[in-house]
Design a protein around this ligand. Structure first.
Ligand code: NAP
Length: 318
C-alpha cells in the first residue's frame, strides 16, 4: 500500500545477499515502498511476494526507481529494457561501472550529477573502499605515480554472493584466511584504475583481495607512495578537508579503523599513518566498509535519496 508521498520501487534479484539487504533497508525507509521484487527461486523475500524476472517487463511504469541486484552479465540488458521503458535505474552489478551509459555512483563524487541521472552504476565494494581512501590524495597531487599503489583488502564471505560454491562452504573458509585473484587479475582492478587515473595520470595499482571468514565487512590496507614525507596529522588533514561535512565518512584521528567501526552502517571509516623504515615516502591508509551497506545496498539508497531529492541519509545509519 502506498500513499502519495511514498515512491514505489522495484528490487530485481531480491533473494541474493545484496537484494535482501536492500529490501531490509527499504522497508525502514519512510519515503519509498517496495512495489515488486524478483527472484527465480524464492516466492517470498522478507515478507514481499516475489515474481520471476520475466514478469518485471511490463511493470516498469509502476515504479519510480528500479534497483538491479542481478549478477553481472544478466543485469545490463534488463537495465536497458527498464531505461527504455522510462524507469530510473540503480544497477548494483558491475556491468555499467566503466560505461558512459551510466553515472558512476560513488555518492561523494557523483552527487551533482545524480538528481538528473537516468541510470546509476553503483560502485563495487572493493572499489568503494579503495577509491574513498585514494581520491583525496590524488586530487591533492600527492601520489607519486612512478611507484605502484598497493592495495591489500579482505572481504567477508557475503561478498561472494549467495549461490553455492564449494570453496565457500563453512568447512572450507572457517578458521582459514586466503588471498585470491593473486597476480593483479581481480575484476575490480579496472574499476579502481578507471576511476583513479583520470586524476593521477597513468599509475600502477597492485590489488590483492583476501577472503576473511566473517559474514560481512571489507578492510582495505592501501599503501600510497607520496611525493614528499607527510606526518600522520598532515595525512589526516588531507582526508578531513576532502570529507568535511560528509555524513557517511569518518576519519579516525590518531587511529586505524576495524570492521567493528562499520558493520551494518553506511559508512567508510578511514585512518592514515606514514610508513616507517622505507627509503622513499609512503602512507598507509586503512579503509573499512560494510560490503553489503556502503559497498552495495546502503550506497544505492544514498544515491536514490539524492536522485529523488530526499535527505541524503534518509533510511540509513551512517
Ligand atoms: N555481495 C556483495 O558484497 C556485493 C557488493 C557490491 C555489488 N555486488 C553485486 O550485486 C549483485 C548481487 O550480488 P549478490 O552478492 O547479492 O549475489 P547473489 O547473492 O548471488 O544474488 C543474485 C540474485 O540474482 C538472481 N539471479 C541469479 N541469476 C539470475 C538469472 N539468470 N536471471 C534472473 N535472476 C538471477 C538471484 O535469484 P535466485 O537465486 O532467486 O535465482 C539472486 O536474487 C552482483 O552483480 C554483485 O556483483 C555484490
Amino acid at each position: 500500500m502506498h500513499n502519495n508521498t511514498v515512491t514505489p520501487v522495484a528490487v530485481l534479484g531480491a533473494s541474493g545477499y545484496v537484494g535482501r539487504e536492500l529490501i531490509g533497508l527499504l522497508d525502514e525507509h519512510p519515503d519509498v515502498g517496495v512495489a515488486f521484487a524478483t527472484s527465480q527461486t524464492e516466492r517470498d523475500v522478507l515478507g514481499h511476494r516475489s515474481v520471476p524476472l520475466e514478469a518485471a517487463d511490463g511493470r516498469w511504469s509502476d515504479v519510480g526507481m528500479v534497483f538491479s541486484c542481478l549478477p553481472h552479465g544478466v543485469s545490463a540488458p534488463v537495465v536497458e529494457r527498464a531505461r527504455v521503458a522510462g524507469a530510473r535505474v540503480i544497477d548494483l552489478s558491475s556491468d555499467l561501472r566503466l560505461s558512459d551509459r551510466a553515472v558512476y555512483g560513488l555518492t561523494e563524487v557523483a552527487r551533482p550529477a545524480l538528481p538528473e541521472a537516468a541510470v546509476v552504476a553503483n560502485p563495487g565494494c572493493y572499489p568503494t573502499a579503495a577509491l574513498i581512501a585514494l581520491l583525496p590524495f590524488a586530487r591533492a597531487g600527492l601520489i607519486d605515480t612512478t611507484r605502484p599503489i598497493v592495495i591489500n583488502a579482505a572481504s567477508g564471505v557475503s561478498g561472494a554472493g549467495r549461490s553455492p560454491k564449494r570453496e565457500l562452504l563453512f568447512a572450507e573458509v572457517a578458521e582459514d584466511f586466503r588471498a585470491y585473484g593473486v597476480g593483479n587479475v581481480h575484476r575490480h582492478l579496472p574499476e579502481i584504475t578507471g576511476h583513479l587515473t583520470p586524476l593521477t595520470g597513468p599509475a600502477d595499482i597492485v590489488f590483492t583481495p583476501h577472503l576473511l571468514p566473517v559474514r560481512r565487512g571489507i578492510l582495505s590496507t592501501v599503501h600510497v607512495p607520496v611525493m614528499e614525507p607527510l606526518e600522520r596529522e598532515a595525512g589526516e588533514r588531507v582526508l578531513l578537508d576532502a570529507y568535511a561535512g560528509e555524513p557517511c565518512i569518518r576519519v579516525i584521528r590518531g587511529g586505524i579503523p576495524s570492521l567493528r567501526d562499520v558493520v551494518y552502517r553506511n559508512r567508510v571509516a578511514l585512518g592514515v599513518t606514514p610508513v616507517q623504515h622505507v627509503s622513499r615516502p609512503m602512507l598507509t591508509v586503512v579503509s573499512a566498509i560494510d560490503n553489503l551497506v556502503k559497498g552495495a545496498a546502503g550506497q544505492a539508497i544514498q544515491n536514490m535519496n539524492v536522485m529523488l531529492r530526499l535527505p541524503e541519509t534518509q533510511g540509513l545509519l551512517c
